[in-house]
Design a protein around this ligand. Structure first.
Ligand code: GLV
Ligand code: MN
Ligand code: MN
Length: 422
């Protein structure tokens, strides 16, 4: 046990973050920057998984892998039968990522363990660092997948059957990649979970602080919309005869924006981030359109109303556009509020470390919102630069902010890991 605050090695943390960012790095044409692309269970993700596991083992963590490919590294506690304190996040990325989203929580957790090892700090409870499969949902279409399976919200069977755009299933990919682990995915329930994550928004920077305490996560709805019209000649088909699926897609996009601005659905944010027109030729009217719809709002009733409005708008498309639409659910999570005791512990720890903080609700989804269903959970945000932009190579932070966030992670985790009881 150690009553003095521990301080992690910020240079080593930064170096580890930068080293992992080299796996899956690519030249981003839109920004001219170097970004990171490590979609779940691709070659790049597998290389990153192996690297992170190697770092875990170097830190003397005992590694185990569950049946959905979540990876956990364990450091024994003095009373090793007690439930552990878990730190973690994800190392998969969107296709246009920076170096910090998810990785900060995982590599930060490893840095905490390295620091404990160096200073011979023991804990009553075991301590674990984990990373969850397919947090981003970009490849297989459901976000927070590994943590949702670990927490029991989604079944392993549901997850295994999800496929990517090329038809490869998660089950096949886990086996092919050697990450279909033997451990049961419903791991023993931790004593508590803390996730440290880059904020991915502007609140911390505006407040001039490096760290934030996250109060919860807003509701997230992902749907796929397939629109069916009819192909025809671009030059000869009279406008009034068209069944233009591209036009209907545009109407849906504009309607979503109108919904966000209307105030009718609280602080709704809606995004169509993926859109494909078929047959996709200059001189052919689009016969079909497929799009994803991402809606978020920090109020479950507002989300219910927004989904109902969207469904009614889609049902009405044949009248205005002679195009039919079919909505399919990809993922949905309700508003999650993090444990107030863990938030209070984070606040007290930040005060003791002399770290000013603000409290903020998360606009982004996180593994913590799933794990919150099974054990007391909270999150630390770390300020980003460039206005907190994320899911683009412009995402950036700095060694001081990351070091402060991981110092807070280390010391809050230590307080929890030395609690004999709640
Ligand atoms: C995860 O990054 C999300 O989409 O919020
Ligand atoms: Mn993330
Ligand atoms: Mn992300």
């Amino acid at each position: 046990m150690n009553d003095q605050p521990v301080r992690v090695n910020r240079d080593r943390l930064w170096d580890t973050l930068m080293r992992l960012a080299r796996i899956g790095s690519y030249r981003d044409a839109a920004t001219g920057l170097t970004g990171v692309r490590r979609l779940s269970l691709t070659d790049e993700d597998v290389l990153a998984r192996r690297q992170v596991i190697a770092w875990m083992r170097e830190a003397d963590l005992v590694v185990r892998i569950d049946r959905i490919g979540n990876v956990y590294g364990r450091r024994a506690g003095t009373y090793d039968d007690l439930p552990c304190v878990l730190m973690g996040s994800h190392i998969d990325t969107v296709a246009t990522a920076g170096a910090f989203d998810g990785t900060l929580g995982v590599l930060g957790g490893i840095e905490v363990v390295r620091t404990l090892n160096e200073h011979d700090v023991t804990t009553l409870r075991p301590v674990e660092v984990g990373f969850f499969t397919e947090e981003e949902g970009v490849r297989f279409g459901t976000d927070m997948l590994g943590s949702a399976v670990a927490a029991g919200r989604l079944t392993l069977d549901y997850a295994h059957k999800l496929t990517d755009d090329a038809g490869a299933s998660i089950a096949e990919e886990l086996v092919r990649r050697g990450f279909a682990g033997p451990e049961h995915e419903r791991r023993p329930i931790p004593f508590a979970y803390i996730e440290c994550h880059i904020e991915q928004g502007p609140i911390l920077a505006a407040a001039g602080v490096d760290v934030g305490i996250v109060t919860g996560v807003q509701s997230i709805s992902w749907q796929r919309l397939e629109l069916s019209g009819a192909a025809g000649h671009a030059g000869t088909t009279p406008i009034e005869h068209r069944q233009d699926a591209g036009l209907a897609a545009a109407a849906v996009i504009v309607e979503i924006r109108r919904m966000c601005e209307s105030g009718q659905f609280g602080e709704l944010r809606g995004t169509v981030g993926k859109l494909a027109l078929e047959p996709g030729q200059t001189n052919v009217i689009p016969a079909s359109a497929t799009m994803t719809i991402d809606m978020r709002v920090p109020d479950d009733d507002a989300m219910t109303a927004a989904e109902a409005h969207l469904a009614a708008f889609v049902a009405d498309l044949p009248r205005g556009y002679r195009v039919t639409g079919r909505l399919e659910r990809m993922a949905k999570t309700c508003v999650v509020r993090f444990n107030s005791d863990v938030q209070a512990l984070l606040a007290a720890t930040a005060d003791d470390l002399g770290l000013p903080y603000v409290k903020a609700m998360s606009g982004a989804g996180h593994d913590a919102q799933e794990i919150a269903a099974v054990c007391p959970t909270a999150m630390i945000f770390v300020a980003g630069e460039n206005g907190g932009v994320s899911h683009t190579p412009r995402e950036h932070s700095n060694p001081t902010a990351c070091g402060n966030g991981v110092d807070l992670l280390a010391n809050a985790m230590l307080r929890l890991a030395n609690q004999p009881d709640r």
